[in-house]
Design a protein around this ligand. Structure first.
Ligand SMILES: Cc1ncc(COP(=O)(O)O)c(C=O)c1O
Length: 478
C-alpha cells in the first residue's frame, strides 16, 4: 500500500491529498462513494489524524470531496459526476513553475513576524523608522505636485534620478559615470535578478562569498546557475581562491559584497581589492560589486568601491537606498557598460516597463537635497550606538557562549555560537520567547552562527531582546 514519503520536501498532508485525488480520478473511489474515516486512513498510512484532516480539508476546498456530519466524507458527485467542470489543481501549478520558493527559514521568519507584531526583530535586514529619514521624505512628497501626465517612462529609469545619481556617486563613492550608464532598479535585489536572468545562462558557474546574502537567494538556483563558494575571512575573499575556482570550474561571474558584508560585516582589504581587479582583468572575469552598506561606515570614511578603481570595465556596480534611507522606496541602481545597460533596460520593458516614476521622483529630490549629508551622519552615529548596545547585551547575557568581531559599518552582527545548537530549535524557542533573528545557515555552509540585525529594533528593545535570546539559547543547549 502507498505510504507518504517522510523524506520529501512536500508536506505529508499534501502527498496524501494528491494520492487521493489520483485514486479518485482513476475511479478507485467513484462519485458519491464513501472515503475511509480520518482515523482509519491515518492508521493505514501511519500518520497523525490531524494530517489526514488537513488532506481532506485541502480536497474539500478544491470541491473534490464533501463531508456531512454523521455521514462521513464522500467523493463529490458534482465534481466527479455528471458535470464536466473541474477546478484547476492549483497546487500542481504552484509547484510546477521554474521559480523556486524562498528558503524554509526565511518563510518561517516572515510568517512569524506577520503573525506576532510584538516580536523583537533582529531578523529583518533593514533600518528601523528611527534611522530612516521619514520626516524628510514626507516633506519631499508633500512638495510633489503632479502637474505632468504620469505616463510610461523610460524603462532605464527616470532621467532626473539618473542625473542626481551621477552627482551622488561621484561625491560619495568617487565613481565617475554618466546617466546613460545607469539603470534604475527596484532595489539591488532586482539588479541581481536581472544579471542572473539576462547575462547568464542555465549551467553557468558563478562564485559567491561564503557566508553571503546571495546564498539566501534561491533566485540563483532558479536561473539554473552552478554556485561555487569563496570563504570570507575578516578581510573578505582571497583573490587566489578566485583564480583557483576559475581554473577548476571556468566561473563566469563573481558576486561580491566588499563593504561591511552581509552577514559577516567583513571589509575587503585594500590590497585584496587591487589583486582582485588584477585577477579579473587577467581572466576577463566580470565582478558584480553589491554595495548597499558602504555609506554606513561608522568612521565616516567608506573604503573606495572596486568600481572606482576599475580602469577596464570589469565591474557591474549595484547600490540602493534601502540600507541608507528607506527599503520600502524600492529604489536601486546599477552602473555598467552601455551594452549591459541597454540589454537590461530592454528586459525591464518586458518585465514591468520600469520602476514607478513616483518613488523615482522622491529619490531624485532626496539625493539632490541638503538632507543627505546630515542624514548620513546621523545614521552612522545611531547605527554605531545600536551596534554597541547589542554587543554590550551579548557580553552581559552570554559570556563565553558567543563570539563575534565588531563590524565597522553596516546593519548586522555575525556571531558564532560556541555550544552546539540546532538552528531550527533555537529559532522556534526564540520566537516563543518573543524575539527573532536570522539563523546563520541561511547565509552559508557552516552551522552554529546567528545574524543579528541591530538597525531594525528600537534601541530600548535591544537589551531585553538579547535577554530573551539568551533564555532561548540556554534552554536549547540544556
Ligand atoms: C548584500 C545585499 N544585497 C542586496 C540586498 C537587496 O536589497 P534591496 O533590494 O532592498 O536594495 C540586500 C538586502 O538585504 C543585501 O543585504
Amino acid at each position: 500500500m502507498w505510504k507518504p514519503d517522510r523524506g520529501s520536501e512536500q508536506p505529508l498532508y499534501q502527498q496524501i491529498a494528491d494520492d487521493l485525488e489520483r485514486r479518485i480520478s482513476y475511479g478507485e473511489f467513484p462519485p458519491g462513494s464513501l472515503l475511509p474515516s480520518e482515523r482509519k486512513l491515518a492508521e493505514q498510512l501511519g500518520v497523525n489524524r490531524s494530517t489526514v484532516i488537513l488532506a481532506y480539508s485541502e480536497l474539500r476546498s478544491l470541491g473534490i470531496i464533501e463531508s456531512q456530519t454523521g455521514s462521513g466524507t464522500r467523493v463529490s458527485k458534482f465534481k466527479w459526476g455528471m458535470t464536466p467542470r473541474h477546478t484547476p489543481n492549483w497546487h500542481r501549478y504552484v509547484e510546477g513553475g521554474s521559480f523556486l520558493p524562498n528558503l524554509t527559514f526565511l518563510r518561517r521568519i516572515r510568517e512569524a513576524l506577520q503573525k506576532d507584531k510584538s516580536l523583537i526583530d533582529f531578523a529583518s535586514g533593514e533600518l528601523g523608522a528611527d534611522l530612516s529619514p521619514v520626516e524628510e521624505i514626507n516633506q519631499l512628497m508633500l512638495e510633489n505636485h503632479y502637474t505632468e501626465y504620469l505616463g510610461y517612462d523610460n524603462p532605464q529609469g527616470f532621467v532626473p534620478l539618473r542625473e542626481a545619481l551621477v552627482g551622488f556617486l561621484s561625491h560619495y563613492r568617487n565613481i565617475q559615470t554618466t546617466d546613460s550608464s545607469i539603470l534604475i532598479t527596484s532595489g539591488s535585489q532586482q539588479s541581481l535578478y536581472l544579471i542572473t536572468q539576462c547575462l547568464l545562462a542555465p549551467g553557468d558557474a558563478v562564485a559567491i562569498e561564503d557566508p553571503s546574502y546571495c546564498y539566501s537567494l534561491p533566485m540563483f538556483q532558479s536561473a539554473g546557475l552552478r554556485l561555487f563558494r569563496l570563504p570570507v575571512d575578516n578581510h573578505g575573499v582571497k583573490p587566489e581562491d578566485i583564480r583557483a575556482l576559475y581554473k577548476k570550474h571556468r566561473i563566469k561571474m563573481l558576486f561580491i559584497n566588499p563593504n561591511f558584508q552581509n552577514p559577516s560585516g567583513a571589509l575587503l582589504h585594500p590590497e585584496r581589492r587591487r589583486e582582485l581587479l588584477e585577477v579579473a582583468s587577467e581572466l576577463g572575469l566580470p565582478i558584480v560589486e553589491d554595495d548597499p552598506f558602504s555609506l554606513t561606515a561608522y568612521n565616516g570614511s567608506p573604503p573606495p568601491p572596486l568600481k572606482s578603481m576599475d580602469t577596464i570595465g570589469s565591474v557591474l556596480y549595484i547600490g540602493s537606498l534601502s540600507k541608507i534611507a528607506a527599503s520600502g522606496l524600492r529604489v536601486g541602481w546599477m552602473v555598467a557598460p552601455h551594452s549591459v545597460i541597454d540589454r537590461l533596460a530592454d528586459a525591464r520593458q518586458q518585465m514591468d516597463f520600469g520602476l514607478s516614476v513616483i518613488p523615482q521622483r522622491v529619490a531624485a529630490q532626496f539625493l539632490k537635497s541638503a538632507h543627505v549629508q546630515p542624514h548620513l551622519e546621523r545614521l552612522r552615529m545611531n547605527l554605531q550606538f545600536k551596534r554597541d548596545l547589542l554587543m554590550e547585551a551579548l557580553d552581559r547575557e552570554l559570556p563565553g557562549l558567543i563570539t563575534y568581531t565588531a563590524p565597522q559599518g553596516g546593519l548586522h552582527l555575525w556571531c558564532r555560537i560556541i555550544p552546539e545548537v540546532q538552528d531550527n530549535r533555537l529559532l522556534e524557542e526564540a520566537i516563543r520567547q518573543g524575539v527573532i533573528f536570522a539563523p546563520g545557515s541561511v547565509y552559508g555552509s557552516d552551522s552554529g552562527y546567528v545574524r543579528f540585525t541591530f538597525a531594525r529594533a528600537r534601541a530600548e528593545d535591544i537589551g531585553p531582546g538579547i535577554a530573551k535570546f539568551a533564555a532561548a539559547l540556554r534552554s536549547t543547549i540544556r
